[in-house]
Design a binder for this molecule. Structure first.
Ligand SMILES: [Zn+2]
Length: 267
């Protein structure tokens, strides 16, 4: 944050607090010796954060709904290793390594929404989509197959990232068709990604191109490099992830989130 931006930034912070009960931890300002500390935040990032929060609140049904769902969140920039973001109830950290996307903001806020409900939104999604979590069944699956990973971890090559149901660290057997899966996939990640997919899908916003790309990669031939997602045996995974006629609104996840934001699902 530059010295010259301080007024706009201060106003934005105040408005986020008042309208959404979102507190951004400012890491900029005058040091004790009077020199300016610019911190890690850029004004353009505050704008992106603000816009994305408005977008998510709109999907939820307005700022009152947003406050009711999340009940206050503090957002800060922090060194969190290789992750883009991390979330707990009432707390989101965005990586100081590079900037963040609107997708990451929605994903992390979805985690805080879920956390604020004792992670039961993820449980509800798992149930709604016909999935389950079982380490025992996962162990068996990895033993007798088919499996698309190593036994104890994924392997860094096409067709070995652990995208099949149950072939992940959590023993998560997803139901229906998520937009993707990997070794780190579990119902909590599923919930966050499902929210981001719902917000972006065909809505012509900052998440829409990514949502589209997540689905379209399964139309590629095996071994084709995708601009965003690297190389994989995409065609082999089409039956697990590509929705009917390429229409994500036909998935149980889209329907779940639609029901959730319309108040038809209570947790
Ligand atoms: Zn996540």
């Amino acid at each position: 944050m530059e010295d010259a931006d301080i007024q706009v930034a201060t106003e934005k912070l105040k408005q986020l607090q008042e309208q959404f009960r979102v507190e951004v931890l400012a890491d900029w300002g005058a040091a004790s010796d009077g020199s300016w500390q610019s911190g890690k935040w850029l004004l353009a990032e505050l704008d992106r954060l603000d816009q994305t929060i408005k977008l998510l609140a709109g999907v939820m049904g307005g700022s009152d709904k947003f406050i009711q769902n999340i009940m206050g969140v503090t957002i800060k920039k922090a060194d969190i290793g290789s992750h883009g973001g991390e979330a707990l109830s009432h707390r989101v950290s965005l990586s100081t390594k590079g900037t963040f996307s609107a997708w990451t903001v929605v994903h992390e806020l979805a985690h805080t929404w879920d956390a604020n409900h004792g992670w039961q939104l993820a449980v509800a999604l798992e149930k709604y989509t016909g999935g389950y979590t079982s380490r025992a069944a996962s162990f068996l699956r990895k033993l007798v197959g088919p499996r698309d990973s190593g036994f104890w971890n994924q392997e860094n090559k096409p067709g070995r990232h652990g995208r099949l149901p149950g072939c992940n660290a959590a023993g998560y057997f997803y139901g229906d068709k998520p937009s993707g899966s990997n070794w780190a996939f579990n119902r909590v990640e599923d919930f966050a990604e499902s929210i981001a997919m719902y917000v972006g899908w065909k809505n012509n916003n900052d998440l829409s191109a990514w949502a589209e790309a997540r689905i379209n990669r399964y139309l590629l031939e095996n071994g084709t490099p995708d601009t965003n997602f690297g190389v994989d045996n995409w065609a082999d995974y089409k039956k697990h992830f590509y929705p009917e006629a390429g229409d994500y609104t036909k998935t149980k996840r889209w329907q779940f989130v639609d029901d959730l934001v319309k108040g038809k699902i209570k947790v």
